[in-house]
Every structure is written in structure tokens, then in C-alpha cells.
Write a protein that binds this ligand. Structure first.
Ligand code: PRT
Ligand code: ZN
Length: 286
């Protein structure tokens, strides 16, 4: 063990699968039985502890684990200070104020003197404090959505992703007050060898995350449109150009930001591009 990095991962829940998938996509091999509480990677100095997400910040700060993957909400709620080394982007959700449609909501001020049920009292309180609003928190550990109907709260502050749960319980999302997604956290005082392992993990992770936001495109283009096409594509230094048998034509390939993809696609077509092929990129460096 000694110099192997120990990662605390949620045993079973919304973060589990994606956390492991992210590590696997870095080319790190391991076998994790769903009932096992521990696992070890082969060919990379990384071990896993499978635990409840609530325990992850504490385990990392106590040194039981060196790194962990946890929701930003869970970390902030714990009040434990850890280094957030990467925002992994998955399991994104928002903490929102919700109430029955009849509740007239004009902003956080409308919560003055009201009872608000939540599982995230610390985050809620800090947001209310910022606005100088005094409300009574009602702390529950689950099924927050039923508290209004049950008569113990006037409004709730709960995590939302699709909004279906709120609707099903007759509640209206009034305002998003906080955003969260899964983050990779680390102990602040890692030993040198573990730091080296973490750096190597991050290098791989960055290549995977960068690739996720890009598409690779390949197309044929009349030679004289190359300059214009390069402008449209933008991004990387310059596209790769290969001559074709037909002298007036070339084949062009480049990575394109996913967010800009459809507008690039349209403009390339307008420039006369043909046979456009689009591919996912597995890993890349800038
Ligand atoms: O057993 P363990 O303690 O490990 O897991 P858990 O039950 O505490 O957590 P889990 O697995 O439910 O969630 C882990 C993390 O996923 C959370 O801390 C968030 O960071 C993130 N996440 C993302 C969510 C949601 N989306 C989410 N929608 N966590 C909870 N929800 C719940 C929400 O509380 C509400 O009940 O889903 C419901 C709303 O969903 P929609 O889609 O109907 O809006
Ligand atoms: Zn939990």
C-alpha cells in the first residue's frame, strides 16, 4: 500500500457508475465487485474504498483516503475544507427553492419568517445570510418534497435535476440558489509519491475530459476554399490537409468544439464541403 493513492468512491448511488467509468476511461484497469468495499487497480498505483457519499469528505480529510469523488453539495454541506482538483461535470444538479404554486415568491426575501425544509441546512443558511433573510430551517434527511404537504414546512430547498419529483409532489421550482456537480477532491498534504500518482491521473483525466467536448471531423473540400474553411473551424493550430486524386479537391481533418459543431457543419456545407464524417474523440491533448 504505502505509496498507492487511495480513492474514496460512492459505493452505490448516482455517482458510483460514472466515477468508475471516468477512471476506467483513463486506461486504469480494476475489477470492482458490487459488494466489495475495496478494490485495487492493476498497472497504476490506485486503490479504491467504496463508501457512502456523506462519508467521503471526512475520509479524505482524515487521511483514510487521499482523493475522492463527491457531489460539490455534499462537500460544501460537510463544511470540510479539501482541495477541489477537478470539476468532473457529471451528476450535475441544482439546489432550488420550491413551494406550492400558491406561494407568492418574489425572491429570497419572500422566505422571511417561513419554515424551509432541506437536507442542506448549511448551504441554505449561508445563502440566506448573504441576503439577510431570516427563515426557520427544518432539517430532514430525505423525502423533503413531502414536508409541505405534511404541514411541517412552507417551502423546501432541495436538489433538482429534471424537476419531475417536484411536479409529482405538487411543488413549483421557484429559484435555483446553488449549482453542483461531481468534483474530484484531494487531501491538502499528500506525500510526494502520492502527488506524483495524482499528477499522472490528472494528466489522463484532462485528456479524456478535453476529448469529451470535441468532435473530430473529416471532409472533402474544393482546394480554393481551404482558407475560408480553416477560419470556420478555428480552434486548433491548423487543420490537417491531404491531397486527393482529383486535383481540385483536398481532404481536411480537424477537432471542433462540440458546442460549435452544428454551426461549423452548416458553414462547411455552404462552402462546398462533401462527405463530412464526424467522430468521437477518445483522448486528446491541447
Ligand atoms: O447512499 P449514499 O449516501 O451514498 O447516497 P445518497 O442517497 O446520499 O446520494 P445519491 O446517490 O442519491 O446522490 C449522490 C449525489 O448525486 C448528490 O449528492 C448530488 O450531488 C448528485 N445528484 C444529481 C442528485 C440528483 N442529481 C438528484 N436529482 N442527488 C439527488 N437527487 C434527488 C433529489 O434529492 C430529489 O429527491 O433526486 C430527486 C429530484 O430529481 P428530479 O430528476 O426529479 O428533479
Ligand atoms: Zn448520502
Amino acid at each position: 500500500m504505502g505509496n498507492r493513492l487511495i480513492a474514496a468512491i460512492q459505493k452505490s448511488g448516482r455517482l458510483s457508475e460514472k466515477s468508475l467509468e471516468m477512471i476506467k476511461s483513463c486506461g486504469i484497469d480494476f475489477y470492482a465487485d458490487s459488494r466489495a468495499l475495496k478494490a485495487s487497480a492493476s498497472g497504476f498505483p490506485l486503490d479504491f474504498l467504496f463508501v457512502r457519499d456523506d462519508d467521503i469528505p471526512g475520509y479524505v480529510s482524515d487521511g483514510v483516503a487521499d482523493i475522492g469523488i463527491v457531489g460539490r453539495n455534499e462537500l460544501d454541506e460537510s463544511g470540510i475544507e479539501l482541495e477541489i482538483v477537478r470539476d468532473l461535470g457529471f451528476a450535475s444538479c441544482r439546489l432550488s427553492i420550491a413551494a406550492p404554486p400558491a406561494f407568492e415568491y418574489k425572491g429570497l426575501e419572500s422566505l422571511e419568517g417561513k419554515r424551509i425544509a432541506t437536507s442542506y441546512p448549511r448551504i441554505l443558511q449561508s445563502i440566506l445570510n448573504e441576503k439577510g433573510v431570516k427563515a426557520t430551517p427544518v432539517v430532514v434527511s430525505g423525502s423533503v418534497e413531502i414536508t409541505v404537504d405534511a404541514g411541517i414546512a412552507d417551502a423546501i430547498a432541495d436538489l433538482v435535476s429534471t424537476g419531475t419529483t417536484l411536479k409529482m409532489n405538487g411543488l413549483e421550482e421557484k429559484e435555483c440558489i446553488y449549482r453542483s456537480s461531481a468534483v474530484l477532491v484531494s487531501r491538502k498534504d499528500l506525500e510526494e509519491e502520492k502527488k506524483i500518482a495524482l499528477r499522472s491521473l490528472l494528466e489522463r483525466l484532462d485528456a479524456v475530459m478535453l476529448a469529451r467536448h470535441k468532435k473530430y471531423i473529416l471532409f472533402n473540400l474544393p482546394k480554393d476554399r481551404l482558407e475560408k474553411a480553416a477560419e470556420v473551424i478555428g480552434g486548433m493550430k491548423s487543420p490537417t490537409v491531404t491531397p486527393l486524386m482529383d486535383e481540385g479537391w483536398i481532404s481536411v481533418q480537424s477537432a471542433v468544439d462540440e458546442g460549435r459543431f452544428w454551426s461549423v457543419f452548416k458553414e462547411l456545407k455552404a462552402l462546398g464541403a462533401e462527405g463530412i464524417l464526424v467522430m468521437n474523440i477518445e483522448k486528446m491533448t491541447e
